[in-house]
Write a protein that binds this ligand. Sequence first.
Ligand SMILES: Nc1ncnc2c1ncn2[C@@H]1O[C@H](COP(=O)(O)OP(=O)(O)OP(=O)(O)O)[C@@H](O)[C@H]1O
Ligand SMILES: [Mg+2]
Length: 349
Amino acid sequence: MLGWLRKRLCADLAIDLGTTSTRIGMPGEGIRLDEPSVVAIVRSGQRVAGRGTAVGKLAAQMLGRTPEGIQAVRPLRHGVIHDFELCEIMLRYFLSKALGNTRGFRPRVLISVPGGISAVERRAVFNSAERAGAGRIWLIDDSRAAGIGAGLPVSEPLASMVCDIGGGTTDVAVLSLADVVATQSIRTAGDVMDDAIVRWMRRRYSLRIGELTAEHVKTSIGSAAPLEHELTQEISGLDTASGIPRKSLVTSEEVREALSEPLMEIVEAIRRTIERCQPELIADLADTGLVLTGGGAMLRGIDRFLSQHLGIPVRIAESPRTAVTRGAMICLDHLDRWRSGLDDGLRVA
Ligand SMILES: Nc1ncnc2c1ncn2[C@@H]1O[C@H](COP(=O)(O)OP(=O)(O)OP(=O)(O)O)[C@@H](O)[C@H]1O
Ligand SMILES: [Mg+2]
């Protein structure tokens, strides 16, 4: 079909179906939606709260402080669909919001998924998207989309490396000649960092805090490398011995200590990826270095930390949270060029 005619009849959407957030972009139009991957349901009857509208931003406001009888659920865990039905509801809601007034046939969608997921988990994404209203569906690996979105020279005969640190997974890949040469996907990412802070607060201060508080601590004073001016924050929680609410003053050095284990696991995943490459490609990486994408790339000093441990240059992509979506938008825009590397559900990409 003629390109222009097809574009008028059916929209193209790039979907980053993330554990923490879902972002949808339309080639030529930019990012149309960026909302938390959360659905709030009424416990009795499993209906979506707010007469079907408690999805995304509205549902996220309910996380951790839901009124009785309502439960806020994240349908994805570690980048894979955990609750199929809710994922479909969420996707349908997001698709219609992203499409807005755009009319036409079912949209063609390109969805990014973590590299390490199984064939069954991939199939669940296809089915969920199809039932949510998508027409043609392709999948792309998070790290490949991230590399393209971050502007790496992925098609050149030169190795470049990307590490996407999301909420549920960290995806590392070395790319060359438009192909993934080596890749690793681990389940250590933002959520595990939050857990590490929860556990650390309990051990060190006998203070019980929730995951949302831990995430807040991480984003407001968390760091991977020493800061010029170290920070402090007062944290409220429940004293584990007395069960009474209490406050503690926590420093950025302490949070860094709490985050050291998950951060070292990310270093090891990157090391393992590099070790799988040919010596010539490893030599390239010493020059081209590593680019960081995903929300985790915004942790203070993570570029310095990784550079020190890996001995290669590390830089943070521009707008790291949306790099995957932008990469998927580029692929959709130049589908003829990228199609062979995508999973269309008929064969293994
Ligand atoms: N300033 C910050 N410092 C540290 N972490 C941050 C910061 N901002 C966001 N994050 C973390 O980034 C993570 C979300 O990143 P992102 O939106 O890339 O994940 P996702 O794509 O939804 O998840 P995944 O790719 O794993 O499925 C969360 O864990 C969040 O706490
Ligand atoms: Mg992601």
